[in-house]
Design a protein around this ligand. Structure first.
Ligand code: PLP
Length: 403
């Protein structure tokens, strides 16, 4: 008998499970709006031209080899990643108060950050995450040793931000707790605070409660089409001189999903603290996966360091963001045309990859069964998976689900 006979079948991941169900559906009209990955108008995955160019350069460079990277990855990659999100004129960088370590995309960066905080954070070892949030946050932090609690974020009535609720919950948190903030394009709701609201949030975090902000930046440039606009909130918190943790992912904005390339930064008070924090981050990483992979970070380093490649990337990135924004308009117009009951303004107002439609579980199940549309049961659709061809099908499905 197997020593593992007692092992129970685990449920599918609620997001990745959608793709499993989608793959099993033989109907050719099926549409996958579950997973958060960009698709072209033709419904195909996209490898950016600038990424292909960088790969060709890497391939042609015969001086390159397959040696291990250091524990914290490619030094240039770390430097350029910090500059990309904090701005090249960032005072904290000049003061050597920023340590950045290459990690396994956004998820790995969050996980390394969690384990570091669990061992070394001097404040309250609890992290407040928005309700709702990307489901993996609720697993990453407890497994990394930091318990999660939630703060109010989304108001189902307005399909916008519950600002009052959020402020109240942050005020009620123990002083010194950690608070997870989506840098932009909140997943799954597509709802971000306004600049004025960010300022209110920052004051509670900094002046009232001395909370540690931990930013998750998975969509820089992908939300608005501008790298600087999408980094605005993070920069407000770094430029006030306080401490910040920050996870960055290149999955979406460079389309490097499977290459697993990202970075964790700690912005701390004092260059000496930064040096010691880096030494301890190495002790978290070494027994976890020893050192990060080379290929994706080498691509990113080339693109960020080369003026022409960088400019080309910005154009391609804006192209992806613009296509998503145009899908929002097309879907909104299609529902208006059908005179679908309800207010659908939030399709236009929410930003980033997702629309939090407000459709409930029964309606989603109906749309999957009758229209072969695959999406998460919380009513979230990936706008990046939509195309001009599939908008009418989705609009028909939504219309028929709500009437
Ligand atoms: N954080 C958020 C909010 C996300 O939406 C995602 C991806 O969907 C991630 C982090 C991490 O993605 P990855 O590990 O692929 O970089």
């Amino acid at each position: 008998d197997s020593s593992f006979a007692h092992v129970q079948q685990a449920p599918e991941d609620p997001i990745l499970g959608i793709t499993v169900a989608y793959n099993k559906d033989p109907n050719p009209a099926k549409v996958n709006l579950g997973v958060g990955a960009y698709r072209t108008e033709e419904g195909k995955p996209l490898v950016l031209n600038v990424v292909r160019k960088a790969e060709q350069k890497l391939l042609a460079d015969k001086s390159r080899n397959k040696e291990y990277l250091g524990i914290t990855g490619i030094p240039d990659f770390n430097k350029l990643s910090a500059q990309l999100i904090l701005g090249s004129d960032c005072l904290a960088i000049a003061e050597k108060r920023v340590v950045t370590v290459q990690c396994l995309s956004g998820t790995g960066s969050l996980r390394v950050g969690a384990e570091f905080l669990a061992t070394h954070y001097g404040g309250e070892k609890i992290i407040y995450v928005p309700s709702p949030t990307w489901g993996n946050h609720l697993k990453i932090f407890p497994l990394g040793g930091i318990q999660t609690r939630t703060y109010r974020y989304f108001d189902p009535k307005t399909k916008g931000l519950d600002y009052e609720g959020m402020i109240e919950d942050l005020r009620a948190a123990p002083s010194g707790a950690v608070v997870l903030l989506h840098a932009c394009a909140h997943n799954p709701t597509g709802v971000d605070p306004t600049q004025e609201q960010w300022e209110g949030i920052r004051r509670v975090i900094r002046e009232e409660k001395h909370l540690l902000p931990f930013f998750d930046s998975a969509y820089q440039g992908f939300a608005s089409g501008s790298l600087d606009t999408d980094a605005w909130a993070v920069r407000q918190f770094v430029n006030d001189g306080g401490e910040v943790f920050l996870a960055q992912s290149y999955a979406k904005n460079m389309g490097l999903y499977g290459e697993r390339v990202g970075a964790l930064s700690a912005i701390v008070k004092g260059a000496d603290v930064a040096t010691r924090v880096e030494s301890q981050l190495k002790l978290v990483i070494r027994p976890m996966y020893s050192s990060p992979p080379t290929h994706g970070a080498a691509i990113v380093s080339l693109i960020l360091a080369d003026k022409d490649l960088y400019e080309e990337w910005k154009v391609e990135l804006k192209g992806m963001a613009d296509r998503i924004i145009s899908m929002r308009h097309q879907l909104f117009d299609a529902l208006k045309e059908r005179k679908t009951p309800g207010n659908w303004d939030h399709i236009l107002n929410q930003i980033g990859m997702f629309t939090f439609t407000g459709l409930n579980k029964q309606q989603v199940e109906y749309m999957t069964k009758e229209y072969h549309i695959y999406m998460t049961l919380d009513g979230r659709i990936s706008m990046a998976g939509l195309s001009s061809r599939t908008v009418p099908q989705l609009a028909d499905a939504i219309h028929s689900a709500v009437v």
